[in-house]
Write a protein that binds this ligand. Sequence first.
Ligand SMILES: Nc1nc2c(ncn2[C@@H]2O[C@H](COP(=O)(O)OP(=O)(O)OP(=O)(O)O)[C@@H](O)[C@H]2O)c(=O)[nH]1
Ligand SMILES: [Mg+2]
Length: 266
Amino acid sequence: MSRVSQAEAWRRVRSVLEMSDLVLEVIDSRDPVETRNKRVEELLNKLGKPLIIVINKADLVPIEVLKEWKEYLGREHPTVFISAKNRLGTRKLIVSIKQHAPRLPVRVSVVGYPNVGKSTIINYLKGRHVAETSPVPGWTIGEQVVRAKQWLIVIDTPGVIPPEEVRDEALLIIKGAIDPTKLEDPVLPAVKLIMRIKSFNPKAFMDRYGIDAEDPMELLELVGRKRGLLLKGGKVNIREAAIAVIRDWILGKLTYYYRPGVIGNA
Ligand SMILES: Nc1nc2c(ncn2[C@@H]2O[C@H](COP(=O)(O)OP(=O)(O)OP(=O)(O)O)[C@@H](O)[C@H]2O)c(=O)[nH]1
Ligand SMILES: [Mg+2]
């Protein structure tokens, strides 16, 4: 991902925000801090545009924790949690859009990191499949304007990643920003991801694979063996094992959560 293309992507985001009356910022309930995009929020603030934070993939996190995040993030911006995939809480989203719309019909853009579920939300709002969705991060390429309802125009956008964060591949995976098969070396980011998952959910690997190990490299070995990801001669293909773990995170098959106040500035 080149810096130039990111700069271009940001220019496009800005122009979409400028033509919106209201913005939905979609974040992943598993990691609200890392999937919240401060740069988008600052820009919106400058432009004076109202924002609703949509905590998506709520099916992956216990409801008490989601309520804590809603309360916490709600101090700054109206916040709803939903599972776009399972269509839970989506009525509340519609009510919230109506409530915060400065005018009707309203133009609402949907922004956030790749893979957080922006296109899935648009399909829900429309009531049928109009925006392509995929577990491959970076799926939506151009903006797409959809007349979802008589009073609601929604704009799907490609996921954005601040250029200054392009270096830490493990964080980019958590932000859903990387297709692991495109990584030159997926092992190091997978190791970092494993450490993060374990720190918040010690049972994650036992729950998913029925195996565990203290050491992330050893864990990758075990996962590779269990999945039959072997090289000629019977050694484990660590690269493929790393990709499998990253993919399971992207698919929500490996998961964790934490409460507000636990890390950083959350
Ligand atoms: N578990 C779970 N998965 C979801 C939910 N919403 C979307 N997904 C899945 O997340 C993946 C990404 O969804 P998209 O709607 O394509 O995400 P996007 O934000 O448009 O992604 P880009 O276009 O790559 O920026 C897909 O595999 C969806 O099925 C949800 O509420 N829960
Ligand atoms: Mg999309």
